[in-house]
Design a protein around this ligand. Structure first.
Ligand code: SF4
Ligand code: SF4
Length: 370
């Protein structure tokens, strides 16, 4: 049974400010043993889409990076490119976005920020797995050179998984574009002709030409669609839907991919979920609504299932924030499932399948940190 640590969200003094909580994390025995002189250490983050403004600030990631470097580890910070034509579609725009988001490459991160699957998002190869839904996955080349891994997730609601946390970050964030698209291939999108006003906002996000035209005259040809979901995250009128039939299998494929990544990681992994600025949209959206629960702090464990299960439980047990979507949906009370209300999904089935696949366990020992 794994330990799950909770470091509370409040910062009450200089000695207990947000950055000092990184020291508390690095003192945990399960994390400390991953940070070793001259051993490579990848810090996997969620680099957000430009326009999403509630992302985990670079000062936190920078503290984790610089402190692990000071401990002698060969640390680097990494994430994948996006599937749709947003602000981080390829290596060039990914790096531009990193700089604009404040991940100052030279000053804080010492030029050690890189994509998990290279500049093209296609550098990697198929690695076999043991999943019931995926026989393996195209995994980015960076994993080959990674010794130990810290998966740092900014927790949010997620339209397909219910919860964006450790499993999503591990399962999707290390795959090549082709590998991710195989999982997205389980999905089907739909267009509500009544809701679409041909505003054209989705056109620049579409990488395949399935959507074309200009404001006032937008055309759709879904035969060309690769289910990247660029239209879904960019449409202001909810005219794009995701058919529910494919979602359960999508969730299990993400678990299978996470299992495959873990299988081919040469070292050990540790998972840190930040429950701060928990928004209804994930970091992949080009906008972010205000958070729907208060900042609850940090949940951390060496078990990705336990860390996500504890995270989900904490969100459900938290009160919602008045004026947020939690009030719109009438789920302000403690114990009401805000994740389900917002996304129509929960991570329960996904985590039960992850447990079945022995990716981790929902049983854990909960320890309150400093
Ligand atoms: S139509 Fe298909 S390919 Fe184009 S943005 Fe939407 S999901 Fe992506
Ligand atoms: S963004 Fe939405 S409303 Fe605008 S053209 Fe695309 S589908 Fe239609």
């Amino acid at each position: 049974m794994a330990n799950v640590y909770w470091i509370k969200g409040r910062s009450e003094s200089l000695r207990k400010n947000a950055v000092s909580k990184i020291d508390a994390l690095l003192n945990l025995k399960e994390l400390a043993r991953l940070v070793n002189p001259d051993e490579s250490l990848a810090i996997k983050i969620n680099l957000s889409e430009l326009g999403y403004t509630h992302y985990l600030p670079p000062v936190i990631i920078g503290a984790l990076f610089s402190k692990t470097r000071a401990m002698g580890a060969k640390s680097l910070v990494t994430d994948s490119c996006s599937l749709f034509k947003g602000s981080k579609f390829d290596g060039y725009s990914w790096m531009d976005s990193a700089l604009l988001l404040g991940f100052s490459n030279g000053d804080i991160f010492q030029n050690q920020m890189m994509q998990t699957a290279g500049y093209t998002s296609e550098e990697g190869k198929f690695r076999e797995g043991d999943g019931e839904y995926l026989a393996g996955a195209e995994i980015g080349s960076l994993l080959t050179d990674t010794g130990n891994l810290i998966v740092v997730s900014h927790v949010t609601a997620h339209p397909l998984l219910g919860l964006a946390g450790a499993i999503k970050n591990l399962g999707l964030g290390f795959l090549t574009r082709s590998g991710q698209l195989k999982i997205h291939g389980r999905l089907e999108i739909s267009i509500d002709d009544q809701a679409c006003n041909h505003c054209g906002d989705c056109v620049p996000f579409c990488p395949t030409g399935a959507i074309s035209g200009e404001p006032g005259k937008v055309s759709f040809d879904l035969r060309m669609c690769n289910r990247c979901l660029g239209c879904y995250v960019s449409c202001p009128n909810r005219a794009i839907g995701i058919r529910p039939e494919g979602i359960p299998e999508y969730q299990k494929c993400v678990v299978d991919a996470a299992h495959t990544v873990k299988k081919h990681l040469s070292g050990q992994a540790f998972y840190i979920n930040f429950l701060t600025s928990v928004t209804p949209q994930s970091d992949d959206y080009p906008f972010s609504d205000i958070p729907f629960i208060p900042d609850l702090g940090i949940i951390a464990s060496e078990d990705p299932v336990a860390v996500d299960w504890a995270t989900y439980q904490m969100i459900v047990r938290s009160p919602g924030i008045p004026g947020s979507i939690a009030q719109d949906l009438d789920v302000l009370e403690k114990g009401q499932d805000k994740i389900r209300a917002i996304t129509d999904q929960t991570p329960v089935e996904m985590l039960e399948y992850a447990e079945k696949m022995r990716l981790g366990s929902k049983d854990f020992k909960f320890l309150s940190g400093p």
